[in-house]
Each structure stands twice: as structure tokens, then as C-alpha cells.
Design a protein around this ligand. Structure first.
Ligand code: HEC
Length: 93
């Protein structure tokens, strides 16, 4: 039964939180560090990005930051997933 087979989170409508956390720490982490405290990309822990409005942060995730290594994630994740990630980053767990 296809419905019972786990499909990748990024293909589903509802965000799969386990998969999204993995994406944040592995994929975002490849530049921002596994614990998000910075690497090639800056520290994006809650205390350093607290000035961000959640909508603006969602936009940064979806569209990247032009002229920098921060890539747009719109091709890979849904808007709903980006909203979840922004919220996750601001709350830090
Ligand atoms: C290829 C490397 C790379 C990847 C992968 C990456 N980023 Fe970035 N990110 C950067 C760089 C470099 C910057 C700094 C851009 C600048 O100079 O303003 C940045 C900036 C940011 C900022 C703004 C930080 C600030 O203080 O203004 C946020 C938020 C952010 N990234 C979140 C994410 C998230 C969430 C993901 C995963 C969905 C991600 N990034 C994946 C390289 C990356």
C-alpha cells in the first residue's frame, strides 16, 4: 500500500518535523555549522537572529541572500516548511 510507505518529507504537504530538523542541521549546517553557531555562513542560533521578523526570516530561507553563498531554498522546500524552519530557528528547539 503506497500510503503506508514513508515518503520523503519534502514531497509531502504537511511538514515532517524529523526530516525538517535533519535538513536544518545537515543541509543548513553544512554552511552554518551542525549546531548552527557558524561556519562558512554566520551563527544562526536564536540569540543572534532574534531581531528577525518571522516573515523576513522565512523570506531569507526561501529566497536566499543575493550576492552571497546563502542559497534560495524555494526549489527544495514548501513555503509552509520554510515558515516552520524560521520558527524553529527563532525558538531554537
Ligand atoms: C552554501 C552555504 C549555505 C547554506 C547551505 C545555507 N546558508 Fe544560510 N547563509 C550562508 C551565508 C554565506 C550567509 C551570510 C550571507 C551574508 O553575507 O549576508 C547566510 C545567511 C543566512 C541567514 C541570515 C543570518 C543573519 O544574521 O542575517 C539565515 C537566517 C540563514 N542563512 C539561514 C539558513 C538556513 C535556514 C539554511 C538551510 C535551509 C541555510 N541558511 C543554508 C550560507 C549558507
Amino acid at each position: 500500500m503506497a500510503m503506508l510507505i514513508a515518503t520523503p518529507a519534502l514531497a509531502n504537504d504537511a511538514p515532517d518535523l524529523v526530516e525538517l530538523k535533519r535538513l536544518v542541521h545537515q543541509d543548513c549546517g553544512s554552511c552554518h555549522g551542525l549546531t548552527l553557531k557558524g561556519g562558512l555562513g554566520p551563527d544562526i542560533r536564536p540569540q543572534t537572529i532574534e531581531h528577525y521578523d518571522p516573515d523576513v526570516l522565512t523570506g531569507v530561507i526561501l529566497d536566499g541572500i543575493e550576492g552571497t553563498a546563502m542559497p534560495p531554498w524555494r526549489p527544495l522546500i514548501t513555503e509552509e516548511e520554510a515558515i516552520w524552519i524560521a520558527d524553529y530557528l527563532l525558538k531554537g528547539e
